[in-house]
Design a protein around this ligand. Structure first.
Ligand SMILES: [Mg+2]
Length: 183
């Protein structure tokens, strides 16, 4: 896992695309280190992060990592409610699922702030883990959550997704050269 060089002791809201941490996969996240930064809960994206897009199958290594994280896990997704999602929540032993409220989906600031309020967390006590720079990283940074980008899990679907993923992989590569190794 990598961390930014100027990682703040207490995260402040910022208009920024830079993640605080980078991991190749959810299974490679050092949750103990996150706890030492005062992080008390994880919001975690599904598609491209925990599962390959639009599927419900989680790699065993990811299930294990989340179960051993020692932090409450909340699935933070723009997906609508479904039976499959409910089962996934169980499989991951997640404490809850954060759905969009009205028009406020990721990356809206309101999506993040209402989720924090609903679960009684301060922004700097929570980390958003995801594969998308706009929805997950920018959205979380702007709301004052810590942010962690993972390398995309699974293949892209369609031209736009493929293009976005390509740009995002390049961005991660760029950041990787400037971040420090943590473990
Ligand atoms: Mg995603």
């Amino acid at each position: 896992m990598l961390a930014r060089l100027d990682l703040p002791a207490i995260k402040q809201p910022k208009f920024s695309l830079s993640p605080d941490f980078i991991a190749t996969s959810v299974a490679a996240i050092n949750f103990s280190l996150l706890k030492s930064h005062g992080i008390k809960a994880c919001f975690i994206d599904l598609d491209g992060t925990v599962v390959s897009r639009a599927t419900h199958e989680v790699q065993p290594a990811i299930v294990t990592a989340l179960k051993q994280a020692g932090l409450p896990i909340f699935i933070a997704t723009n997906r609508p409610r479904s039976r499959g999602l409910k089962n996934l929540k169980q499989d991951l032993s997640a404490a809850g699922v954060i759905h969009p409220t009205k028009i406020f989906a990721k990356p809206a600031k309101r999506y993040y702030t209402s989720a924090l309020a609903a679960h009684n967390f301060k922004a700097h006590e929570v980390i958003m883990i995801g594969d998308r720079y706009i929805q997950d990283i920018f959205g979380a940074n702007r709301a004052g959550l810590y942010s962690l980008v993972v390398h995309k899990n699974g293949a892209s679907h369609g031209q736009i997704d493929r293009l976005l993923s390509k740009v995002e992989a390049k961005l991660t590569q760029l950041f990787t050269g400037r971040y420090r190794q943590t473990d």
